[in-house]
Design a protein around this ligand. Structure first.
Ligand code: XMP
Length: 497
């Protein structure tokens, strides 16, 4: 099939317009631990699982981003904080970056002459059970653990209770995780401080972090072993200042996220961003057309976010009649930019099977919002609402959480997202998002894991050995796979009411 024929075939189509034809299966087990799902998030960043949680203020804050990264994907922290209030977003990044480390490069430290009371307070405030004792030149003097301060009263000082450096196992220089584990096992220690040749503290490795590494082999980590996380900014107002603070907090990727990314506002934002932050990893969106995708790639972004109006909390198409059905958008953008820059398929994945379609039609990774809504890791309070059971007159109180589009009037009101306007006339803002209640449920972790299992099953049905293999096979002969559904076939496939 030529690209032009494929484009004609998917014109006006969404995920539910298609089924894929099963092929001869070649995998022995549909197991996410064995099937390679590696995908590019940006030109430089790779995810072992192709899932990204949406930058929505009812979906992704630190708890969601942590689980996403632990499971091999990535969370993008939304910018739903009031203009000028950048610290809130920065704090979320810091929480993720501090969650889990390979090497803790900036461990909590305390001077030797500090009182134990001060040490206990620092442990409580930081939630850290080991403090590194250093002198004014940051040379390692010892370690102080929770056990050292337990049941001690009076005016004792840190130096009186710490384990001095001479009695510790200390490594000079940097060290890989495997080698660190070997040293710690050999010396039967749970903490390994790293120092320069002069004794200055370089970092700390803990047994707890190493075992987390082992238990989560697919986690998305940076070079220091910390979880990766992204953050969204706008294209006007405080966006450059926000980006500067986020980059200082060591965010891994910035997303310039506006509803219509094929715009003069976006062109200027990318230009300013590049001028100020050079080659820092940058994703931009959203676009839904070939011209839109090319426009972003020509301006040097590292990732393109595709989706105009497919999102669950989105009313853009209803209120403006503009938008592009998501399958058409993905195929158009993929054909326009090839493999030069990775695509994030953003929105409209309301059942697990649609994830496979999003990743075949053009998405290198997929961004999801409503699929994660209501889970434990989403921000927001649980409210109990009475619900009448259909079979009888009984009413039960069901826990709900709010899911709202970032362009819903509620979200706009909360962050006053008209960044340069002093006076805000809320009625004059065209809201393009819904606010809904979704049932509160447990952790997002099994939701992600189920999604990945289903994706592996799709790879098996598709006759491939890995996600990359399935993509190759699909694009080499789309005709072998594509079944355009009749209304009856769609009912048979997807309507289960
Ligand atoms: P899903 O379908 O996974 O989609 O919930 C998530 C994506 O929806 C987009 N989004 C919006 N789009 N108005 C819009 O037009 C909104 O208020 C809105 N809120 C979120 C966004 O791209 C997100 O990643």
């Amino acid at each position: 099939m030529t690209p032009a024929e494929l484009l004609r075939r998917v014109h006006g189509c969404a995920f539910d317009d298609f089924l894929l034809s099963p092929q001869f299966s070649v995998v022995a087990r549909r197991d996410p631990a064995r099937i390679d799902l590696t995908s590019r998030l940006t030109t430089k960043l790779v995810l072992k699982r192709p899932i990204v949680s949406a930058n929505m203020d009812t979906v992704t804050r630190a708890p969601m981003a942590i689980v996403q990264a632990e499971e091999g994907g990535l969370g993008i922290i939304d910018r739903g904080f009031r203009p000028g209030e950048i610290e809130g977003q920065v704090r979320e990044i810091q929480i993720v970056k501090r969650t889990q480390h390979g090497v803790v490069s900036d461990p909590y430290t305390i001077p030797p002459d500090a009182g134990l009371e001060q040490a206990i307070q620092l442990m409580q405030r930081s939630g850290v059970g080991t403090l590194v004792v250093v002198d004014a030149a940051r040379r390692l003097l010892g370690l102080l653990t929770e056990r050292d301060v337990r049941f001690v009263s009076g005016a004792a000082r840190v130096a009186d209770r710490m384990t001095p450096a001479q009695r510790l196992t200390v490594h000079e220089g940097t060290i890989g995780i495997d080698e660190a584990e070997r040293v710690m096992v050999e010396h039967k220690v749970k903490k390994l401080p790293l120092v320069e040749s002069g004794g200055r503290l370089l970092g700390l490795i803990t047994a707890r972090d190493i075992s987390k590494h082992r238990r989560q082999p697919f986690a998305t980590r940076d070079a220091q072993g910390r979880l990766r996380v992204g953050a969204a900014i706008g294209a006007t107002g405080d966006y450059l200042e926000r980006a500067a603070e986020l980059i200082r907090a060591e965010v891994d990727v910035i997303v310039i996220d506006i509803a219509h990314g094929h715009s003069v506002v976006m062109a200027s934002a990318i230009e300013q961003f590049r001028r100020r932050f050079g080659g820092f990893e940058l994703i931009a969106g959203n676009v839904g057309t070939a011209e839109g995708a090319r426009f972003l790639v020509e301006r040097g972004v590292d990732g393109v976010k595709v989706g105009i109006g497919p999102g669950g909390g989105c009313t853009t198409r209803i209120t403006t009649s503009f938008g592009v059905p998501q399958v058409q958008a993905l195929v158009e953008c993929r054909l326009a930019i090839g493999d030069r820059v990775p695509i994030i398929a953003d929105g409209g994945i309301s059942r697990d099977g649609a994830l496979a379609l999003a990743l075949l039609f053009g998405g290198d990774t997929a961004m999801l919002g409503s699929a994660f809504a209501g889970t434990l890791e989403t921000p927001g309070e649980i409210v109990h609402k009475p619900v009448v059971l259909p079979e009888g007159q009984r009413t039960v109180r069901v826990p709900f959480k709010v899911l709202r589009g970032m362009a819903s009037i509620g979200a706009i009101k909360d962050r006053l997202d008209v960044e340069d306007a002093a006076e805000v006339d809320l009625d004059a803002i065209g809201a393009e998002g819904l606010e809904t209640s979704v049932p509160a449920r447990g952790s997002v972790r099994p939701v992600i894991q189920d999604m990945l299992k289903h994706l592996c099953s799709a790879i098996s049905y598709g006759g491939a050995e890995s996600l990359a293999d399935l993509r190759r096979s699909f694009w080499s002969d789309p005709d072998r796979y594509l079944i355009r559904l009749s209304a009856a076939a769609r009912r048979e496939s997807y309507d289960r009411s």
